[in-house]
Design a protein around this ligand. Sequence first.
Ligand SMILES: NC(=O)c1ccc[n+]([C@@H]2O[C@H](COP(=O)([O-])OP(=O)(O)OC[C@H]3O[C@@H](n4cnc5c(N)ncnc54)[C@H](O)[C@@H]3O)[C@@H](O)[C@H]2O)c1
Length: 391
Amino acid sequence: MKTYRVAILGCRSRGTSAARAYHAHPRTKVVGLCDLIEDRLNTLGDELDLDARFTDLDEMIRQTGPDIVAIPTAPALHAPLALRVLEHGVNIEVEKPMGMDLIETDAVMNKAAEKGVQTAVHHQWRLSAWNQAVNHAYQAGKIGELRYIYASGKGYYGGFGLMEIGTHVLTQVIKYGGHCQSVTAHATTRGRPITPQDVLPAPRGNGTVAGDHVTATLQFANGVTGTLLQHKFKQIELDAHVVELYGTEGRLMWHPRGAWWLPNPHVPPANERDAWEALTPIYADSFAQAVEKTPPDLKLNEGDYWFVDEYVRALDEGREHECSGAEGSHVVEIIMGIFESAAYGTRVDLPQSNREHPLIRWRRETGLDAPEPMPMTDPEWHIEEEKRLGG
Ligand SMILES: NC(=O)c1ccc[n+]([C@@H]2O[C@H](COP(=O)([O-])OP(=O)(O)OC[C@H]3O[C@@H](n4cnc5c(N)ncnc54)[C@H](O)[C@@H]3O)[C@@H](O)[C@H]2O)c1
């Protein structure tokens, strides 16, 4: 059985989490680390007891010959770095979202096809233990035929939430609904429909966004309809972050820290006979041994571990990762469709023929340049936005 060699490009929080999962999995071995900041490189290198440390990614790939390069870097770097790594003809996984617009995701998909390698997007929640439980119950027919999907973020500024959390939520939604055919969306800023002046660079460098409340209706290939809410709350509400499947015979709910089954699709609150039942999380087969192998003070994320486990099985079987580049690009396609529909007030059929970012296009068509830069960190960004809106 082959052991897959893995190089990590970006050694901060997500790179550390990914490296731990690849290090702990019996079928993968971390063979190289790269970061521009030597302290981060050395902290992770010391943790893994690995001397192959680089500040130049091309050098790392040339010297270590990886099968997979993981790219957990800042959002605007995902596609540019993916393209640079793909030149070496290696499989990649890139953090979410896959790109800032469709021009970027198309370029990554085309380059991967030209090189004949795999792309995956680090949407680990799609594979995590609670979603495995939901999927298991769904496949067992626990809710009959799927007819509607409800999904919500946890209260970030709408357009930013779409890029930050919506990317995760949407890939879970398309797992059940299938690919999205069309989108109808509404976006508001302080309760009024967005204008081209409301188009802004998102916090944390998460692309170009608009709207503090974004609501989208999604139509899927198999006749299922979905609703996605990305609404800004006064405070983040972790419990709002759910994906709920409504079937003809019941409902299933996913939450980052739980999953439940309701054995009836229509239950008035007082009906105790049909209460929600908690599901049991399902972990990757070798996860328990991997936890034992990992020092107790280091957290091994079960979703990241599932993601690695799936990459091993996909490469063994010569098939795509469940969180493939194609799935990740389709998620960006939906997000751009939502922005386009909200801006132009029309239904948008997918895939879009115009691949330019729809909000940038919208501004240009009304005589505006790209928006001015905004602070990267959330608190400073919100202060600036309050000022723009007049306090
Ligand atoms: N999947 C998830 O659940 C999840 C959760 C949080 C964040 N994220 C995403 O993960 C990504 C990474 O976040 P983070 O907070 O770990 O990292 P970060 O963006 O703060 O750090 C990335 C690291 O990459 C390094 N880097 C950048 N360009 C490089 C280059 N050319 N060569 C070598 N090193 C380079 C930087 O020096 C930095 O240390 C972000 O895109 C974020 O959106 C995903």
